[in-house]
Ligand binder design. Sequence first.
Ligand SMILES: C[S@@+](CC[C@H](N)C(=O)[O-])C[C@H]1O[C@@H](n2cnc3c(N)ncnc32)[C@H](O)[C@@H]1O
Length: 243
Amino acid sequence: MSELRPVSELTEDERWMEWEKAYCRFETPEEEVRKFLKRLQHLGAQAWPLESRIVEIFCGRGNGMVALERMGFTGVEGLDLSARLLDQYSGPFPCRTGDARSLPYPDASRDIVIVQGGLHHLEVLPDDMDRVVDEVWRVLHTDGRFVVVEPWRTPFLNLVHGIGGIGLARWAWDKLDALERMTELERVTYDQWLRQPDLILESLNRRFGVEKRIIGWGKLKWVGCKKVGSTTLSGCDTTSRRP
Ligand SMILES: C[S@@+](CC[C@H](N)C(=O)[O-])C[C@H]1O[C@@H](n2cnc3c(N)ncnc32)[C@H](O)[C@@H]1O
């Protein structure tokens, strides 16, 4: 385990740099791509048209886009707040530095928006979440899809953080140490996210019908279809469902 400075001593910028360091230590790019491929397949991405206009928001260093490229998708873009992380992406797709609460795309111009592990970084719930959901809804075509994969409070997640609380386990397992370091550095937003599953699902359900909702292994995997009035064009369930 490396020498770690207490989070309270870090400036906001240092906190983000530390977080990015831990994030890059957590998984190699190749491990991350394999994880994304598995998730996308689990969420039914093989059935999406390969020419779909896809935006990956909160895309970090872009390995979600690498996975989409390997699946054969051709119209992918990425957006993230961190120019430092975006610089690590070297694939063919365009990326922009930007805030997902105010998307730089025209209305109804995209088919699929994906977020993996980004929403739990939002500082103000539900306001920031509602802003992202409204923006995704706005940029999606009428039969567009919103794909969300985020941490979720499950027994497995409790177990992982329980083990992560043991200093010796962190010392012995660098990946666990990196995960716990990221969690320490994002503690406020991470905890408020995990505490409010109903609020989060309500925010999604306001604008989207549910096509898939899978909860397990510490994750929510969710696919929603854009609601137009009280219906969706792609036949999703438009009723709100509780976690
Ligand atoms: C946990 S990382 C996830 C990166 C990538 N999706 C992945 O799974 O590897 C969260 C990302 O969200 C970005 N981020 C945080 N707030 C954001 C915002 N308001 N708009 C866009 N990106 C944001 C951070 O820069 C960071 O890259």
